[in-house]
Design a protein around this ligand. Structure first.
Ligand SMILES: C/C=C/C(=O)SCCNC(=O)CCNC(=O)[C@H](O)C(C)(C)COP(=O)(O)OP(=O)(O)OC[C@H]1O[C@@H](n2cnc3c(N)ncnc32)[C@H](O)[C@@H]1OP(=O)(O)O
Length: 272
């Protein structure tokens, strides 16, 4: 019997590649010169690709990865944040757009897996923790640098993080912004499997073949029930959370954090 050949999926931008291989859809962030930092067009490409995937009955798994060997995703593209401090509407628009992309992953009717090599930072962690499963190479590095940039981190992302690693570890990682390696990420539950870099494709193949074989309706039901279980408490003040995020975007410290990053120096924060 001949193996099915890879089929291209229509992606609205070259910075996100998409193709099927057997019953797996691969979505690859493709801006290796910037460690696959997510530009606006990349965030926007995700929901339509997943909408296409949901209509494809042959698909059993969606795999997210980063182009090249150095990074999965190094976060949102910081250079595109430049003008946002003055423009509350632009921030809101950006937040809505990124949230749409992340929720389209989290709520995707197909199971999703993040296959991580190298740096997985900030928005890269958001993408990974929106997926159902995370596997990584031994050389993967994880960090949530929001506190070093003066940025807010959205409610849904912190919730996913807490659900995976617990409150104590989430606060440690978030407050310190420290980097952790794949071994520590596995020990705290951020990822589930680790392989030497050259064996990551084999580990991934284990998942693609298992998911191709397992009962899709059972997997789907399990996914949706777990999603229901984790839904928000009705009393949660979402407006306050959104306001706090916007306040961070408008702060002097965020302007300083961003500037310091661009100037490749340490930021001097003042809590304002
Ligand atoms: C809501 C979500 C918010 C966020 O996600 S905020 C962003 C959070 N992410 C970060 O703060 C990570 C930023 N990047 C880094 O810390 C480093 O990069 C790496 C550790 C990933 C890699 O370091 P190294 O190997 O030394 O490479 P390099 O020279 O720093 O990067 C090559 C080029 O890529 C650009 N770049 C990397 N990440 C980003 C990014 N997230 N946004 C914009 N540009 C980025 C750099 O600036 C540089 O560019 P040039 O060659 O012109 O100097």
């Amino acid at each position: 019997m001949t193996e099915p050949q890879p089929q291209a999926y229509h992606s609205p931008t070259e910075r996100v590649q998409a193709w099927t291989e057997g019953s797996t859809l691969h979505i690859r962030f493709n801006n290796p010169a910037k460690h696959n930092a997510l530009s606006v067009d990349m965030w926007q490409a995700v929901p339509p690709l997943l909408a296409q995937a949901e209509k494809d009955p042959a698909l059993r798994l969606v795999v997210f990865s980063g182009a090249g060997e150095k990074s999965f995703v190094s976060g949102a593209d910081i250079s595109q944040f430049e003008d946002m401090r003055a423009a509350r509407e632009a921030v809101k628009h950006y937040e809505v757009m990124a949230e749409e992309a992340l929720m389209s992953i989290y709520r995707c009717a197909k199971p999703t897996l993040a296959c991580i090599r190298g740096f997985c930072i900030g928005g890269g962690v958001n993408v990974a923790i929106s997926c159902d499963i995370r596997i990584a190479s031994e050389d993967a590095v994880f960090s949530i640098p929001a506190a070093r940039l003066g940025l807010g981190y959205r409610l849904s992302a912190l919730k996913n993080l807490v659900n995976l690693v617990g409150v104590g570890v989430a606060k440690d990682l978030f407050f310190t912004a420290r980097r952790i390696d794949a071994a520590e990420a596995k020990s705290v539950g951020l990822i589930t499997r680790v392989a030497p870099a050259d064996q990551l494709p084999e580990l991934l193949a284990e998942y693609t073949s298992t998911m191709a074989a397992n009962a899709p309706l059972t997997v789907y039901a399990g996914k949706k029930i777990i999603e229901e279980m984790l839904k928000d408490d009705a009393d949660l003040d979402r407006d306050m959370c959104k306001r706090l995020i916007l306040d961070c975007f408008e702060s002097e410290d965020y302007a300083e954090g961003r500037k310091a990053f661009m100037e490749k120096r340490k930021p001097a924060f003042q809590g304002k």
